[in-house]
Design a protein around this ligand. Structure first.
Ligand code: GYE
Length: 312
């Protein structure tokens, strides 16, 4: 840590704002885009000195990183929590040290919301509902409203906001349809490798899957490989309808090819919001308690016009 301390001392002299960032991991393409967006916004030119920590999807690493930021006396802590629970103690330590905490991407579940300053993220429950509503419309259009529909769900990291919200939102809509059967929900931890393994097992266990709901594109890519290897057809012309989340560039290409039926966007471009919040706090201006970024739904009908100029 010595090197960082010397640099940090220099940064303070140069009047840079010192920000400790605890990124939860590098599990997905979405995460890479999220990281890039933060790094692009909080540059030295913009007046920031970043201390970056990648927690590799482990809460204990995040807690350790945040404690480190507190003892280094950073000006702000920015962190994307891997799961929702278990943050009270460390957030209280930050509060006692008078260091503002900006939570990004996923949310924390704490009773006392004065433990953080602001949250910038996406509405995961709404994303889940959008998936369900799309399926309702799709089945109606294809005259399948009364058919028995077998669904499997590849879930993200259990206990993360993205998993909780997307699961609940989709289940909420599924609850209105007695003929929708969620055969299984299993986590693939938001990675392509696990997504592939879990899908391979689900295909072995269930012979008649109509719909795959995969809570991020990386797992979807893995699941697609598993379906190809098992000789199961999927997508627009296949047996298994594919619903995915995130809408990264490579997934949009698969929509165009008809391999993914629909992708519910989750917007990783949050860097400018963080910069904005910090700048307001620096001037002593009030900030909102939460900021929700805009999101879209992509299908073959509209994907073309978004492909150009897409940055992630
Ligand atoms: O959907 C997934 C990533 O928390 C919204 O985390 C984020 C999710 C995103 O690993 O790809």
């Amino acid at each position: 840590f010595k090197g960082v301390e010397i640099e940090q001392a220099q940064a303070e002299q140069e009047d840079l704002i010192v920000v400790g960032v605890s990124q939860l991991g590098s599990e997905s393409d979405w995460r890479s885009a999220h990281t890039l967006s933060i790094r692009d916004a909080l540059t030295k030119d913009a007046g920031y000195f970043l201390i970056w920590n990648n927690a590799r999807q482990m809460q204990e690493n995040q807690i350790k990183a945040i404690r480190g930021f507190i003892s280094q006396r950073v000006d702000y802590i920015v962190f994307a929590p891997v799961v929702e629970t278990g943050w009270e103690t460390v957030l209280r330590e930050a509060k006692d040290a008078h260091i503002p905490v900006i939570i990004i991407d996923r949310m924390v579940d704490v009773e006392d919301d004065s433990l953080y300053t602001t949250w910038i993220g996406t509405d995961a429950q709404e994303e889940g509902k959008r998936a369900g509503r799309w399926l309702e419309r799709y089945l109606r259009k294809n005259g399948r409203t009364l058919e028995e529909i077998n669904i499997v769900v590849l879930q993200g990291t259990i206990g993360s906001t993205a998993e909780i919200g997307r699961s609940r939102g989709f289940q909420n809509i599924a609850g209105y349809h007695d003929n929708w059967h969620i055969l299984e929900q299993t986590t693939g931890d938001f990675t392509a490798t696990r997504g592939k393994e879990v899908m391979r097992d689900m295909l072995r266990r269930h012979g008649d899957i109509d719909v795959l709901v995969s809570q991020n594109d990386d797992m979807t890519m893995g699941a697609i490989e598993a379906m190809q290897e098992a000789g199961v057809s999927y997508g627009e012309y296949g047996e298994v309808t594919v619903i995915s989340f995130d809408a990264i560039y490579d997934a949009l290409l698969l929509i165009k090819k008809g391999e993914i039926n629909v992708d519910i966007e989750c917007n990783p471009v949050q860097g400018a919001y963080i910069d904005n919040v910090i700048q307001r706090l620096e001037k002593g201006e009030p900030v909102g308690k939460s900021y929700i970024v805009d999101e879209n739904v992509f299908t073959k009908e509209n994907v073309e016009k978004f492909l150009d100029g897409r940055t992630y």
